[in-house]
Structures are given as structure tokens and as C-alpha cells.
Design a protein around this ligand. Sequence first.
Ligand code: HPA
Length: 280
Amino acid sequence: MNAEIFDSAAAVLPPQCFELPPTCGLILGSGWSETLECERTLVSLPYAAIPGLGASTVVGHTGEFRLFEQHGLRVAAFLGRRHWYEGAGWEPVVMPVELLRRMDTKNLLITNAAGGVNPALKPGDLMAISDHINTVGLNPLVGPVRPGWGARFPDQSHVYDPAMRKHLRRAADEIGAALSEGIYAFTAGPVYETPAEIRAYASMGADAVGMSTVPEVTLASAVGMRVAGLSCITNMAAGISGPHLSHDEVIKQTRRTAPTMAALVSTFLALIAAEITEQL
Ligand code: HPA
């Protein structure tokens, strides 16, 4: 890992990003960026302007960093993500988490599009991630211990914070949306899974499958952030239903679900704002 690239990236962020810790960070996956509501934008930077982050190569990933205010909160959002399968190493994948850490952000909501493994799920459902299975066997903490990146052997018992999950559940109740809860299996991609793999992941306890999120969550939880994960189920996984899988269908489904996604994220941020106010 080229840790110097993180210094170069932090150096291009305007001072506003560091003057007050953003209360919440957002990393928005396939189809989620378009749903973001911002009351007042303070900073907007294309990924291409941030060394080591670079433009996403995937359709549906906007590629913009935005610092904004919503419900009186300061929020630092990464609209679009870089993936391990893009082949540029871990640096772009974990860059958002490292920049949020340097901004002293304590809460993180991370979203993705995922295939439904549990047949009780259906396209258009939203799922709060309660735990994950890393089928790749690799993670960005492999390598020397880095200052600020937590313990050598980070505990993984509670990577998704229960209080954050409660906020998601309450937000869903407030907007009248159904929200399931389940286990997300991370695969390397960019290939979709085979039906045999999906049967294996189901027997391991996975409810949904996708090609992202877990690397970022692994670092975020190791550095002590409270993490919430949210999947939009865009299709049933291979072999469960449907003749074939395509990224076009993934994007189409997120567009159909966009109003609920937007309301859920906005209400979740309002609940975080209320939590902070109660603590004052
Ligand atoms: N598999 C992996 N990643 C995905 C899927 C899937 O079925 N749907 C959306 N992202």
C-alpha cells in the first residue's frame, strides 16, 4: 500500500473539510448517489481531482466528493466508489474511509447494490447489513500496522453498530418503508457468481451478495467508526430466479427504488442529528 498517496489526497481537500469534524460520512454505491439530498453544499470535488482516488470506471458511480449540510449536520459524502475489481489496488477503495478518518468523522453510512441470496428478499427491497462474510480472503489491513489504523488484530464481532442499525430501522418506520436485515457476502467480482457459488454462500448464511463495501467497512470499524451498511437488492442472485444478470438491470432497479432510498438516507441523517442534539 502506498500510504503517501493518502497525504497527497488530504492535501487537496479545502481547509473547510477539517475545521469541524463531519458528523456523518457517506459512501454511496451503485445508483445511490443520484438519491442524495443536500440542503447546502460547502465543498464539491470530482474524484479525478483527488490523487489516488481517480474516476470510477463503473456506470452508476458519480465520482464526486461533497461536503454539505443537512438537518443542521455536517456530512462528508463520497458519491460513487472504487472497487477492488477495478484493479487499481486498495488505495482508491479505502481512500474515502481514510479521508473521513482524517476529518475525524465518527459515523459512517455505506450503501451498495446487491443480489438477493435469501429467497425471501426481492428486487427493490432494502436491507440493513447486520454482518458480513468476506469470501475473498483479502482485506486492506494486510501489511504493516499503520498509525491510526487500529489494532494489529481488530475484533470483528460488531463491525455494524447496533445503534446505527436502530436508526436505520426507525428511519424506515418513519417513512413507511420495509427494511429487512441480513448478512452480506463480499465477492471479488467483476464476474457475477455461479449458481453453485450462490448455493454455497446461502449455506454459509448469506442473505445478499455484492462486490464492495466489506473492504471499506473493515477499515472503518478498525479505526473506531460507528458503521451502518445498507443494500438495495437489485436482482435475485444467480440461479435463484431470472435468466441472466446484468449491470443495466442493477441500475434500472436502483432508479425504481430511488425515492425510498433518498427518503431513508435523509431520515437516517435527521435521526443522527436528533441523537447529537439529545447528547448536548
Ligand atoms: N452479485 C454481485 N454483485 C451484485 C449483484 C449480484 O447479483 N447485484 C448487484 N451487485
